[in-house]
Each structure stands twice: as structure tokens, then as C-alpha cells.
Design a protein. Structure first.
Length: 263
């Protein structure tokens, strides 16, 4: 496989396919995470799929940039970046599937809205361990102890991060900014429902975003909705049930490619 590359728009990392590309999969990570969490997926999806991942500022290859403070603004930038590397015209655009984990689900939804408004509607979405944002909350920033507690609450394994002062000092500003960005975002009342299929995934042991919260996404779509309860906690797509999630994504991608092109 050729080495991974970052395209000219830093909001997206794109890994090349192993054969002629036939579909795009754009992935959105949860709070504090970067595009690299999806790097192992490249070899695990069908070879005809181009995997792209959102790279928010302040992490990995964008470590020197200040973090984003508006989810709407980030969605604007990602949608513009995708349109820049996949311009409209002929040949017809590749089928497009979006995957979002946790906070990444809200960002994926907003990117899909913007692409649809620009005439580039996605074909399907998969949202894992994610719930639609509630009313925007004007809350005080999390202080050091509260942020540590929240990080450990999300995943007890994060104690290794909080115990490493240098590592935690690097992560805390990004995580805090992401959480504030999500808290400050709301889906406007009357927002048009997206006319595409959505595949919801909830972790059976997820104490952060339970199945009932994930299910609320169904109210924002006009297309078919499926909901899969999957073994594992909040990070099941990367741990307990990664193979199951990739199996579902493979089925979605194959069905999307097999669907007759729209007139």
C-alpha cells in the first residue's frame, strides 16, 4: 500500500485505496481524538473504499493550531474540504457514507446537512455511541479536576493519561475545547430531516450514551433507520466490537455501491 497522505485541505486525512476507488467513507472521531484512530480501518474495509477522516485542529498533524470552538464552523470547513477534493461534475460522484463516533456523530450530521445543501447528498450514515445535541448550554469551562473526572468517567483506562502530567497537559485543552464546542451546539428547531438511510449503533454496556439516547437520531432522518445494539462500552467501535462495526460498514458500503445511480 502506498503511504498515507494528507490532502491539501487539512480538515481531512485521506488514505488511498488499493484498487480503483468506488466509494468514499468519511469518519469522525469523538472528543479529543484525531484522525489516526481510523488508520487501522483502511485495511479492514473493502479495497474499493477510500477512507477519509476529519482532522480537527489542535491534534496530530495540526498540533500547533488552536482548537475549534464552533461545531457549525468545523462542519462548514469539512464540507468545503470534501467538495474541494471531490468537485462536482463528471464523472458522477462516488457513493458517500459518513461514520461518526460520539461527538463525531453530531459533526458528521452537520457535514451531511451542508453537503446536501450544496447538492452532494450522502448516501448513508452510521452513528455510533452518539446522541443528537440538546439545547445549547452556556456552562462554565471544566476545570482541571472536573475534566480529569470526566475523562476517567468516559473510560477508566484514561487513568494512564491523567497520571502522566505531560500527556494530560497536552490533551486537556483539546478535550476541553471539544466538550465546550459540543455543549454549545444545538440542532436548530425546524431543521429539515435528511433523506438518507441511517444506521445507529449503541453499546450494550455504554453508560455514557445509552441506547435510548442514540435512538433519538431517528427523528432527524426521513430515510430508513436501523438500530444495532452491539457488545461493549462507549468505545466499542475501536475495542470490543471493532470487527462487528466494520462488518456492518462493509455491508452498508457494498449496498451503496450496488445501488443504481440516481438520475
Amino acid at each position: 500500500m502506498r503511504p498515507e497522505r494528507v490532502n491539501g485541505a487539512p480538515w481531512l486525512v485521506e488514505w488511498p485505496t488499493r484498487v480503483a476507488p468506488m466509494a468514499d467513507l468519511i469518519c469522525f472521531a469523538g472528543a479529543g481524538a484525531g484522525a489516526s484512530v481510523f488508520r487501522p480501518w483502511v485495511a479492514m474495509v473493502p479495497a474499493f473504499v477510500t477512507v477519509l477522516a476529519c482532522q480537527l485542529p489542535g491534534r496530530e498533524n495540526r498540533i500547533g493550531e488552536p482548537p475549534a470552538h464552533s461545531l457549525a464552523g468545523a462542519a462548514d470547513a469539512v464540507a468545503a474540504a470534501y467538495r474541494a477534493i471531490r468537485p462536482a461534475g463528471r464523472p458522477a460522484p462516488r457513493p458517500l457514507v459518513l461514520f461518526g463516533h460520539s461527538m463525531g456523530g453530531a459533526l458528521a450530521f452537520e457535514v451531511a446537512r451542508r453537503l446536501g445543501s450544496a447538492g452532494r447528498m450522502a448516501d448513508a450514515m452510521a452513528l455510533a455511541a452518539s446522541a443528537p445535541p440538546g439545547p445549547a448550554r452556556d456552562e462554565a469551562p471544566l476545570d482541571g479536576d472536573a475534566l480529569r473526572d470526566l475523562l476517567i468517567g468516559y473510560d477508566p483506562e484514561n487513568r494512564r493519561i491523567t497520571a502522566n502530567e505531560e500527556l494530560y497537559a497536552a490533551l486537556a485543552p483539546i478535550l476541553g475545547a471539544d466538550i465546550a464546542m459540543l455543549r454549545g451546539h444545538a440542532i436548530a428547531p425546524g431543521t429539515a430531516r435528511l433523506g438518507l438511510s441511517v444506521h445507529l449503533m449503541s453499546g450494550e454496556a455504554d453508560a455514557i450514551v445509552p441506547e435510548s439516547a442514540v435512538a433519538r437520531w431517528a427523528g432527524y432522518f426521513d430515510g430508513p433507520v436501523t438500530h444495532h445494539a452491539i457488545a461493549g462500552g462507549h468505545f466499542f467501535p475501536f475495542r470490543d466490537s471493532r470487527d462487528r462495526v466494520l462488518e456492518l460498514l462493509t455491508t452498508i458500503l457494498r449496498a451503496t455501491v450496488a445501488r443504481p445511480p440516481q438520475a
